[in-house]
Design a binder for this molecule. Structure first.
Ligand SMILES: *Cc1c(COP(=O)(O)O)cnc(C)c1O
Length: 386
């Protein structure tokens, strides 16, 4: 199963760990919907004992995801949050984690409301500019946790720059690469130690499966993670792994279209009189456009928009849309839109939200792969109602 290919990204995603089934020739390997495995005598088995520990369908997905991020190996989890929770359990009480300050709402909630009660310490600082974060590093800091582009403000962090600092201080650097996907950005190649995904988003890509993954280089850390995963049990089922693996094969094509559509919609919105500002790393008006060009292959499918409108008019706009679905989540083939202050980021205190720029007029678009003219028309008719 282990095909250590030197091929291009697209080819790797389609063929890695997908050799035809040996016993039947089935081009697509079967789904191993089993909880346990027959042993010929006690302790003698074919590498699989129990499906919490390991399952062939999950293993294939882990290998393909590892290849997509240029890691030695990877692990799959029941959700992005399960991956994050498991990773945090490789730390010890008293350890300090330095996080970027515009984190996924669920991660922020886990760190501040759940894990802080287990003796771990978290700080949230602005990594998008120099200075502040370097001095926030403490004696007991063990891990730097970044998201870039961030959610929902789409600010960027220079991964390579932070990795140089992390290496000097002997800290581990983890990047949650969910927003970019492995197609746009490979943190391990930029010096990060660990890359994490909510595969629910671009990797799954069809809004029909929840999952998470961690990929890294360090063999010792991989073993520790497998131990934690097997002990805590936050594993995905075989069918979810199979669905996610099927989606991974079209990631490149989907991402190209997400990026193309998002760029054209960002340009359209930037010129619209009802729009105050558009935040998209692909626009020259984005303050980190140069970093985006250097660090990412393209600019992604996420756009944040500040409407020149109060909460009521913003709600009218959102409920007037016909093609964009008002929903949390992102990264699917269908276009979604959401209101961070009320929906995804409600768990962040208002004071902190205001500080980050998550205002009542801010909406976040996950641009899908529909025909771009239909998407533009939909936004345009809804903006007319403000
Ligand atoms: C969605 C998301 C998560 C959490 O993943 P789930 O699969 O929903 O548990 C973590 N990080 C980011 C950046 C996300 O977008």
């Amino acid at each position: 199963m282990n095909k250590n290919t030197q091929t291009h990204f697209e080819t790797t995603l389609i063929h890695c760990a997908q050799e035809p089934d040996q016993s039947t020739g089935s081009v697509i390997p079967p789904i191993y919907q089993t909880s346990t495995y027959a042993q010929s005598s006690p302790g003698v088995h074919k590498g699989f004992e129990y499906s919490r520990t390991d399952n062939p369908t999950r293993r294939r997905l882990e290998m393909a995801l590892a290849a997509s991020e240029h890691g030695r190996d990877g692990l799959c989890f029941a959700s992005g949050m399960a991956a994050i929770t498991s990773f945090i359990h490789t730390l010890s009480p008293g350890d300090h984690v330095l996080c970027s300050n515009d984190l996924y709402g669920g991660t922020y909630r886990l760190f501040t409301k759940v894990m802080a009660g287990f003796g771990l310490e978290f700080d949230f600082v602005d990594f998008s500019q120099g200075g502040e974060w370097e001095s926030a590093c403490r004696e007991n800091t063990r891990l730097i946790w970044l998201e870039t582009p961030s959610n929902p403000m789409l600010s960027l962090i220079d991964i390579e720059r932070v990795s140089v600092f992390a290496q000097r201080k002997k800290l581990r650097l983890l990047v949650d690469n969910t927003f970019a996907s492995p197609y746009l950005q490979n943190p391990l190649l930029l010096g990060a130690d660990v890359v994490l995904h909510s595969t629910t988003k671009y990797i799954g890509g069809h809004s029909d499966v929840v999952g998470g993954a961690i990929i890294c280089q360090d063999q010792e850390l991989l073993e520790k993670l497998r131990f934690v995963q097997n002990s805590m049990g936050a594993i995905p089922g075989p069918f979810d792994c199979w669905l996610t693996h099927r989606s991974l094969k079209t990631l490149s094509l989907r991402m190209q279209k997400h990026c193309e559509n998002a760029m054209s919609i960002a340009q359209f919105l930037e010129k619209h009189p009802k729009v105050e500002s558009v935040i998209y790393p692909g626009l020259a008006s984005h303050s980190q456009h140069e970093l985006a060009k250097r660090q990412m292959k393209d600019f992604g499918g996420m756009i944040s928009v500040v409407l020149g409108a109060d909460l009521e008019s913003t709600k009218t706009f959102l409920s007037s849309l016909q093609i964009f679905t008002l929903a949390e989540s992102l990264g699917g083939i269908e276009s979604l839109i959401e209101h961070p202050a009320i929906m995804t980021h409600a768990s962040i205190p208002k004071k902190e939200r205001d500080h980050l720029g998550i205002s009542d007029g801010l909406v976040r678009l996950s641009v899908g792969i529909e025909h771009v003219e239909d998407l533009q028309y939909d936004l345009s008719q809804a903006l007319d109602r403000i």
